[in-house]
Design a protein around this ligand. Structure first.
Ligand code: 5AD
Ligand code: SF4
Length: 360
């Protein structure tokens, strides 16, 4: 029996797909990159932007044309309203926290699973991060250290699709890194929606980094993503002192306008963000800084957008991931009027992309 996995979205989803692969291989499925020879297809979806959800709808049409006997699984970041839609087009719609139960779920007939989901019978969630993954790359590996988010940025779907923050046990994380180091991995990514709020008893994120840094081996440690509000002095000091830590840092600013940041429920001002960057650059002068930005948030005026342009110029990021605002059902921002036309969002996106690509 062969399986094929299609992954959308961020590194967290790539890592989730590696855990799904781990479970499937445990029940003797073999991976295939050829969708036509698969008996089972798993899709790890992303709901951060509507465009990614639309791509899953597109895939469903493609599956229908393949062998009708193929079993299809949908998991990943799924919004409740989409879950209800997708149970009619996928055989199994599975909460990511239930993938450990996949061998049992696959024994249930698809119609019964769909019925259970319609009746809102929730399967027993378990700690899926301790599943032994099947890594997809031989050089770089991702280790999830936590899942979920408690921040409720007003535009973001993650607290609804992945639930509240749960940190993985430090000793489990460290033993996964040790195995990767022994396998000669050169780059190890620690993943979480907000790694700075990692906590396992007395171990906070800087302590976890120090423990990982002390593991013997020739590898670089990277992490993603950080929220500026929790970027502590202890973390800066740790980054400076730990030799294995990569000099790349992603620190999402999201907007360069204080009013918009407030509406986004991002509890910092542009001045505070800039002061943080100054502190980081002073401690680690060769840091390479990237950021995430959303253009066309509800009510974003041309002047407010200009504030973002100005902020970006002042900070001089090495890279920026620019996203056009996409309203997500259930979030606080989805109740605000999405009044920046799509063409204007595209125009603002283009300006920022050109700006960060300009040689400095
Ligand atoms: N619309 C557009 N971009 C979004 N992001 C998160 N939610 C949305 C949304 N509703 C972006 C943010 C985040 C990145 C992962 O995706 O910039 O940092
Ligand atoms: Fe979403 Fe904000 Fe949590 Fe990041 S910190 S996952 S943007 S709610």
């Amino acid at each position: 029996m062969k399986y094929h996995i299609i992954t959308f979205g961020c590194q967290m989803n790539v890592s989730d797909s590696e855990r799904i692969a781990g479970v499937l291989e445990g029940i003797n499925f073999k991976k295939t990159s050829n969708i036509n020879e698969a008996n089972l297809i798993a899709v790890t979806m992303c709901s951060v932007r509507q465009s990614a959800v639309d791509r899953v709808h597109g895939l469903v049409q493609k599956f229908k044309k393949l062998n009708p006997k193929i079993k299809t699984i949908l998991t990943g970041c799924i919004l409740e309203k989409d879950r209800k839609k997708f149970i009619n087009s996928f055989d199994y719609v599975i909460d990511i926290k239930d993938i450990k139960k996949l061998p049992e779920i696959l024994k249930i007939s698809p119609t019964r699973q769909a019925q259970k989901l319609r009746d809102n019978v929730i399967f027993a969630h378990s700690n899926y991060l301790d599943i032994t993954p099947k890594y997809s790359n031989e050089f770089s590996a991702a280790v999830p250290i936590m899942t979920g988010c408690n921040n409720f940025c007003s535009y973001c779907v993650v607290p609804y699709t992945r639930g509240r923050e749960v940190s993985r046990q430090a000793k489990e994380i460290i033993s996964e890194i040790k195995i990767l180091s022994k396998k000669n991995y050169k780059e190890i990514w620690l993943l979480g929606q907000n790694v700075n709020s990692y906590k396992d008893g007395k171990t906070n994120f800087p302590k976890l980094l120090k423990m990982a840094n002390n593991i013997p081996g020739d590898f670089k440690l990277c992490f993603i993503t950080s929220h500026p509000k929790d970027f502590s002095d202890e973390l800066i000091k740790t980054m400076k002192n730990c030799k294995k830590l990569s000099k790349r840092l992603n620190l999402p600013i999201q907007s360069g306008d204080d009013e918009i940041l407030k509406k986004m429920n991002r509890p910092y001002t542009v001045a505070q963000y800039k002061a943080l960057v100054k502190k980081i650059r002073k401690a680690i002068p060769d840091i390479s800084l990237s950021t995430d930005i959303i253009v066309g948030f509800p009510g974003e005026t041309k002047k407010q957008f200009q504030n973002t342009v100005k902020t970006l110029k002042e900070i001089g990021f090495d890279m920026a991931f620019v996203n056009k605002y996409s309203p997500r059902a259930g979030t606080a921002a989805s109740k605000m009027k999405d009044n920046v036309p799509w063409a204007e969002k595209k125009r603002r996106e283009k300006i920022l992309i050109e700006l960060v690509n300009e040689p400095r």
